[in-house]
Structure formats: C-alpha cells, structure tokens
Design a protein around this ligand. Structure first.
Ligand code: TYM
Length: 348
C-alpha cells in the first residue's frame, strides 16, 4: 500500500499534438529544474492529461501513440522518472480523475467557466458548437491537482487562471465540508517564488508575438515544435517578427517580439533574465540577437532529439504500471473522502 508523506509538485502537458518550445520552457523545464533542486524532499507527479486532449479537435487514431510519445518527451527533457518520489501516469488510466471532476462540476458556476480567457479565445464566436468539455476543462484540471493534494503546480502563464479556479473550487468546498477536505494549491505569486521566478513564462509566436506560441493554432512559422529539425527552427527564429524601434529592451507592451527572444535566450541558457537583458540592452542589432537565439535553440534541439532517440520505451512503460498503481490508490482515497463528504458514501 502506497502512502504519501511528502508535499506534491504536479504538472501535465496535453498529448494531442507535438509539444512546442512553449510547453518545454513553460512546463517541462521548470518541472525538471524543481525535481533537481528538491530531489528527495518532494513528491513529483508528471502526468499526461489525455482526457484533456478530447476538448479540442484531435486525431483520435493517433492519440494513444501521442500519449506514449509525451511520456518519452518527459524523459528526454530530463525528468528522472526512475526516482522513487516521482510518478508518471496517464490521466485516463486513473478513473478517479473523471469521477472527481463530475463532483467538482456541481460546485462550479457556469459563469466562472464561461469567463475563462482560454475558453473565450478558443470558442471565439462559435460558442453554440463548442464542446461542453472545452467549457469545463478547468474543472477536470482542478480534479487532477486536488486528487493528489498538490500545493505546487508549475505551469506557464496561460494556465494561471485555471490554477486560480482550482484554488477557488477547493476553498469553496472546504468552507462547505470542512477544511481538511482538500489541500489548497498555493497562489500564483507563491508558485513563482517556489520556482525562483519573478514572472510567469509566456512564450509568444515568433510570427505574431502578441499571441502565445501554441500547438493548437495553425502558425507553422511562429511555432517551434520540439520535433523540428534544428536548422528549420533556427530559420524560424531568424525570420521572427520584431519591430522598427531599433533598440533592444525587455518590454512586453512595446517590443513583444524582441522581449520574446530575450526570454527564450535566458531560459535556454539557464541564466537569469536580468543578466541576459543587461547583455543586450540598447544594442541596435536585432540580427545579432536572432543569431544568438537561433544558435542556442538549434543546439538545444539537437541535444533534446538525441536524448529522445535514446529513451528506453519498454522500461518507461514498465515504470508507468507501478506508478499508476500507486496513484490509483492515492486518487481513490481522495475520491472516497469527497464522496463521503458530499453524502454519496456512508459516514462512519
Ligand atoms: P497545455 O497542454 O496546453 O500546455 C502544457 C504546459 O505548457 C505550458 N505552455 C506554455 N508556457 C509558456 N508559453 C507558452 N506559449 C506555452 N504553451 C503552453 C502551459 O502553461 C502548461 O503548463 N490544462 C493544461 C494541462 C493540464 C494540467 C493539469 C497542468 C491538465 N491538468 C494539472 C497542470 C496541472 C494544458 O492544457 O496545458
């Protein structure tokens, strides 16, 4: 019987498509850094939210293969999945995720879901034909977090609102059913401090830097896939949209293209943003900055793709079984506590 004794750090990356540089810098890398920094002191849960993949159009025939591929990406990114405090799993293999999501749905307001920025962006004007899954996707995400009592959830800036909803649902249910029902995930500012950052990671499209780099948007010139050939990726960087101001500064409002490049460079080189900004501040040449980012990116991709080829898939899938067994126990325990609190199971 597995019991949890350590605080939990948890994150997931959907498996519908090829992961992007945004996924890597916003989620894979922070998770791997946290695992290295806190090895032994925390439990690390890194799972594939495959049920979330159904919220937007997906190639159903390729979904399962993509799920397995996502696990390989975690390993290639440096996640030490053999570590005894680390658990990798597939969301749909732990039925408690969907069951808890249903209960949480009934304590979540339609209005708050409808106001979520990501829902509004993805639904656009065609709300009538948008799946209910897309609308209540943040509730399933809340279930993912609350089932394991995760306090720490490293995600990119675009997921901030969803993390806040998970907190709100937990606080609301704790008020109604008692404070011990859920561990409440920490606030965004505490998450940033925990990850040693001053602001959330937001990688923008290289071609339209006012928009996020996203796998679900058709923008091949602006999106770096982790599977891109290093030369292709370098070319995309060299062709990145900047501006006509002719000076380099870190300013998301006035110079989003240049700022995006500065951020990518800092994260790829593992240097503080302030240090990178100081190196480039007020330099007139956007070309030099692009060259530096292109070089850092192609070197990173070469290394990453070599690691991906070296992942032992059979061992990974074997580790998955043990991990999923343990997580089914934990998630089942939380679910039973909630079922009892809401009256679906007898109180002792
Ligand atoms: P998803 O699959 O869209 O993205 C996975 C992770 O990548 C980050 N990310 C980015 N970060 C910075 N800049 C970008 N351009 C960028 N694009 C993606 C996301 O912030 C995220 O951290 N709902 C989630 C998956 C999920 C989850 C969870 C995460 C389901 N349950 C529980 C944490 C905890 C999602 O769709 O992320």
């Amino acid at each position: 019987m597995f019991t949890m004794t350590k605080e939990v750090i948890l994150t997931g990356v959907r498996s519908n498509d090829q992961p992007t540089l945004g996924n890597y810098l916003g989620a894979f890398l922070p998770m791997v850094e946290l695992q290295r920094k806190f090895a032994g002191a925390y439990q690390v849960n890194m799972f594939v939210p495959d049920l979330h993949s159904l919220t937007t159009p997906v190639d159903h025939g390729g979904l399962y293969a993509n799920t397995v591929m996502s696990l390989k990406y975690y390993a290639a990114a440096g996640l030490d999945w053999r570590n005894q405090d680390t658990f990798i799993y597939r969301q749909s293999f732990i039925p408690a995720h969907s069951e808890l999501a249903w209960i949480l749905d009934c304590f979540t307001y339609f209005g708050e879901m409808r106001r979520m920025t990501q829902f509004k962006e993805k639904a656009g004007d065609g709300e009538e034909n948008v799946s209910v899954g897309l609308l209540n996707y943040p509730v399933l995400m809340a279930a993912d977090i609350l089932l394991y009592g995760a306090r720490w959830v490293p995600v990119g800036d675009d997921q901030r609102q969803h993390l806040e909803i998970a907190r709100n649902i937990a606080l609301r249910m704790n008020r109604k059913f008692g404070d011990e029902l859920f561990t409440v995930p920490e606030t965004w500012s505490k998450q940033l401090a925990f990850a040693g950052r001053t602001e959330g990671v937001r990688i923008r499209s290289l071609s339209s830097p006012d928009k996020k780099m996203s796998k679900s948007v058709q923008d091949p010139r602006g999106t770096i896939l982790l599977s891109d050939h290093p030369d292709t990726a370098a070319k995309k960087v060299l062709g990145a949209t900047t501006d006509s101001l002719g000076r380099i500064s870190f300013d998301w409002q006035r110079q989003p293209g240049v700022t995006n490049l500065l951020q990518i460079l800092a994260l790829l080189q593992g240097k503080p943003q302030g240090e990178i900004n100081a190196d480039w501040l007020d330099k007139p040449s956007y070309g030099e900055l692009k060259q530096a980012v292109a070089k850092a990116l192609s070197e990173f991709l070469e290394d990453f793709q070599a690691k991906l080829r070296g992942v032992d898939e059979a061992a990974l899938l074997d580790g998955l079984k043990t991990s999923e067994k343990a997580m089914n126990q934990i998630a089942g325990g939380t679910l039973l506590r909630v079922q009892t609190a809401v009256g679906l199971r007898p109180r002792r």
